[in-house]
Design a binder for this molecule. Structure first.
Ligand code: HEM
Ligand code: HEM
Length: 234
């Protein structure tokens, strides 16, 4: 079938396609980490702090997002690191594209690890259910505000930049066309999911998701961090 033949052919249209095994494993791990797990983790973190059937704000602090998000972000970082180790020293930088891919790839992975470091430095939690009421998150201290601003903006920038780095990698490796088609469809699906969930008002402020809308809580006197974040009872 002409369509199947077209999809199976390399992007350049060449009749043969051969790449070193380390390149295919590098690509698989990077697509798993930066193409699949980390964007899904970001979506979960944004839209599933409160689930539709939870009965919020009567039932607070739904742990579903916390566990899935942490699982996705951590496994994404591990997959990315394996992908990086596989590519390390394999690169020859023979073309301009390869050099751009390598520099952008290193920056992206450094930013990924900086995100992990940021979460470790985000301070204490606190709140009515914790042994100590006072905490960086409960009080929305400068430290917590800085973490949320930096982690959210760097995180989304990385998710978007990763699209470019993955496309560059596929073009450099002259991958079969179906790979680019599948990735394009997947990113399209993620973008639609983002738009629908955002429109439905599912991006609820983390602070209120955890402690509810009562103005007695100190963080409710400060505006939420980030674009399009909703506080349904304000
Ligand atoms: C592996 C350790 C990580 C942990 C424990 C973690 C934890 C968190 C937490 C607690 C939040 C919620 C912040 C808030 O709303 O107050 C969050 C949000 C977010 N994380 Fe991570 N994160 C990790 C790694 C990453 C990485 C590597 C990325 C890079 C893509 C990332 C991207 C994001 C994004 C984009 C958001 C914001 C979602 C929104 O718009 O609300 N995270 N993460
Ligand atoms: C966001 C995902 C990706 C990241 C972060 C990334 C990162 C990197 C890095 C840092 C290097 C250079 C390693 C060194 O300095 O020794 C590299 C090289 C390479 N990557 Fe990726 N990569 C990604 C996705 C891909 C994909 C999907 C492919 C497709 C096959 C690919 C193919 C290659 C190739 C062929 C090289 C060697 C380039 C050369 O010879 O100079 N990468 N990658």
């Amino acid at each position: 079938m002409p369509l199947i033949d077209w999809l199976l052919a390399p992007l350049s249209g060449a009749s043969t396609h051969q790449i070193a095994p380390w390149v295919s494993w590098h690509a698989r791990f990077m697509v798993l980490g930066w193409g699949l797990l980390l964007p899904l983790g970001a979506l979960m973190a944004r839209f599933f702090k409160v689930t539709p059937s939870q009965g919020w704000p009567l039932r607070l602090d739904n742990k579903f997002w916390w566990h899935t998000d942490r699982g996705l972000q951590w496994s994404g970082v591990v997959a990315m690191t394996v992908g990086l180790v596989l590519a390390w020293r394999g690169a020859q930088g023979a073309t301009e594209l390869a050099r751009i891919h390598a520099v952008a790839g290193w920056v992206l992975c450094a930013a990924g690890w900086a995100q992990v470091l940021g979460t470790l430095l985000r301070g204490s939690s606190g709140g009515p259910a914790a042994p100590q009421m006072r905490g960086d998150h409960y009080d929305m201290t400068r430290r917590r505000l800085l973490f949320e601003r930096v982690h959210k903006s760097v995180g989304w920038l990385c998710v978007i930049a990763a699209i470019g780095v993955i496309v560059l990698g596929l073009v450099m490796a002259d991958a079969p066309r179906w790979m680019l088609v599948v990735m394009g469809l997947w990113w399209g699906l993620l973008a639609c999911a983002f738009a629908v969930l955002q429109k439905r008002g599912r991006c609820i402020d983390t602070y209120q998701a955890l402690w509810g809308p009562d103005p007695i809580h100190p963080g409710n006197q400060k505006p939420p961090v980030g674009w399009g974040v909703r506080r349904p009872f304000d």
